[in-house]
Design a binder for this molecule. Structure first.
Ligand code: NOJ
Length: 540
């Protein structure tokens, strides 16, 4: 293997394509219906062949799985249903052998209620040092304030001795107290634990939470994404935490990296997380929510690039993840429909999946050519649609329970991956044992094996695109110049010598004279025009 270039090695994250492994649903090695480390190890070649640079693994730590692993009971071990620490270390090694970096998920806002600290806090009682690791208050019969939990209901639960504890998510996810130095030191110990095992970075769960306003004042009518100060989102003091984490990550060779999950609406506030002494990158959810319309897409790209330019950080591009309805199904809808990130409001409404797939192909080539890094959520590369009709009896997302069965939640994008064969479990695990969420029969069309053999499949589109991207100096981090294109289209140049045209909903139009087609998301028309819902990569 050639010696890695030291400069490239320390800036790989500026252009990286990162594959999100939702481990519970990726591949099952032991046949219990739950994805695991063994399954992931057995499928590493799929990721290497795909051509991504890194994988991000959703939480794999011991957890009661009340919120699919975002309720961690021990940050320095592996959930037994997923495997062992030895297997995790082997996975990290095997990924590295294939040139793939490994990013884990750290959940600093809350632990599981089964975490030893919380159990100790319950036992130790009011006023104890153990309670001071969480946010306990004695406010009598009424909760300390009006804060609401993200999954529904109030954000406070009362324990038998009368104190209330804060949980911005599920009651099984008590918020930790970031004013407590012991908490800070312990999370840094966790970072070190995994960095020492070769992990290349962390995705930070709800990175804009952690710090709560002193006195815990009411939120009042302020909405989650309203601009201006909020008592529990995006407090200024949270940046001290990340400065300290960055300093720690920089002591490693090569330096370890962070990606923030931070739904922060104001551009300048968002950019603060990406200052040179803080986090490296953050997920860009603005683009994910933009409707499939050329002006909206362009505005979102411009806004994104502008806000990142404030601090010199590279942008990231995301189409789907484990919290939002899969984009093939979102794009199968009328772009004017206000979909947001869930399809709840559209369930039962007509969807044109062929159109969704076609747009998803165009969207993939769009994001893979924009400046910065990109994420591929497992199944994106297969064009997997949302499973919109999971039986209510199998729904597992706390959103479903906590909303009083009014919101179905996020299970539809978490259905186990179809790998091969003609019937469930589609090679997800050995034998015929069924996975933890049922796969529909129509998954047969999306198996990795079948797509592997079809030159026109989504899988082969992603493989080709990632190969071109890897060899193309113009792609990844760097500037972009917009081109004049017909209304309803987008066009930009990436220097040196690469142009991208996206016909969103314009009349078919001609490619620039002399341009060489490197790749298109769907065929050109017989006249050589770029049809609607199609992206072309050109050498100019
Ligand atoms: C964001 C994660 O992506 C989501 O799945 C989880 O429910 C919340 N954070 C709470 O940890």
């Amino acid at each position: 293997m050639p010696e890695p270039d030291a400069a490239l090695e320390s800036t790989w994250w500026r252009s990286a394509v990162i594959y999100q492994v939702y481990i519970r649903s990726f591949a099952d090695g032991d046949g219990d219906g739950i994805g695991d480390v063994a399954g992931l190890r057995s499928r590493l070649d799929h990721l290497a062949d795909l051509g991504v640079d890194a994988l991000w693994i959703n939480p794999w730590y011991p957890s009661p799985l009340a919120d699919a692993g975002y309720d961690v009971s021990d940050y320095r071990a592996i959930e037994p249903r997923f495997g062992t620490l030895d297997e995790a270390e082997a996975l990290i090694r095997e990924a590295h052998e294939r040139g793939l970096k490994v990013i884990l998920d750290i959940v600093p806002n809350h632990t599981s209620s089964q975490h030893a600290w919380f159990q100790e806090a319950l036992a130790a009682g009011p006023g104890s040092a153990a309670r001071a690791r969480y946010v306990f208050r004695d406010s009598g019969e009424e909760p300390p304030n009006d804060w609401q939990a993200m999954f529904g209901g109030r954000a406070w639960t009362r324990v038998p001795d009368g104190e209330w504890y804060l949980h911005l998510f599920d009651p099984e996810q008590p918020d930790v107290n970031w004013e407590n130095p012991e908490v800070r030191a312990d999370f840094e110990e966790t970072l070190r634990f995994w960095f020492d095992r070769g992990v290349d970075g962390f995705r930070i769960d709800v990175a804009n939470s952690l710090i709560k306003e002193e006195g815990l004042p009411d939120v009042g009518t302020k909405g989650h994404h309203d601009p201006g100060p909020h008592p529990h989102w995006d407090r200024d003091e949270v940046h001290d935490v990340y400065r300290s984490w960055r300093a720690l990550a920089d002591t490693y060779d090569p330096p370890r990296v962070f990606v923030a999950e931070a739904w922060v609406p104001e551009a300048d506030r968002f950019a603060r997380y990406l200052r040179p002494d803080e986090l490296h990158t953050a997920f860009n959810f603005d683009f994910l929510k933009a409707p499939w319309r050329a002006p909206a897409l362009r505005e979102s790209v411009e806004r994104t690039l502008r806000e990142h330019a404030l601090v010199g950080a590279p942008a990231t591009w995301v189409l789907s993840n484990h919290d939002v309805a899969r984009h093939v199904s979102r794009l199968a809808r009328d772009p004017e429909a206000d979909i947001g990130t869930s399809l709840d409001s559209l369930l039962g409404e007509p969807a044109d999946l062929e159109l969704g797939l076609r747009r998803a192909r165009a969207a993939a080539l769009l994001i893979l050519a924009l400046p910065g890094g990109a994420y591929v959520y497992q199944g994106d590369e297969l064009g997997l649609p949302e499973v919109e009709d999971l039986p209510e009896a199998v729904l597992d997302d706390p959103t479903w329970r906590r909303s009083g069965h009014t919101e179905r939640g996020r299970d539809g994008c978490r259905v186990p991956i179809p790998w091969s064969g003609d019937a469930p479990p589609f090679g997800f695990g050995p034998g015929s044992g069924q996975p933890w969420l049922p796969q529909p029969d129509w998954f047969v069309r999306f198996t990795a094996d079948r797509e592997d053999k079809d030159p026109d499949s989504m899988l082969n589109l992603y493989r080709t695109a990632l190969r071109v991207r890897r060899n193309e100096p113009a792609l990844g981090d760097g500037p972009l110049t917009w081109l004049d294109v017909p209304p309803g289209a987008l066009g930009f140049v990436r220097d040196p010598g690469f142009a991208v045209l996206v016909n969103v909903d314009a009349e078919p139009f001609a490619l620039p004279e002399g341009a060489e087609v490197a790749l298109t998301s769907s065929p050109l028309t017989d006249e050589g025009l770029l049809p609607r819902n199609t992206t072309a990569w050109l050498r100019v």
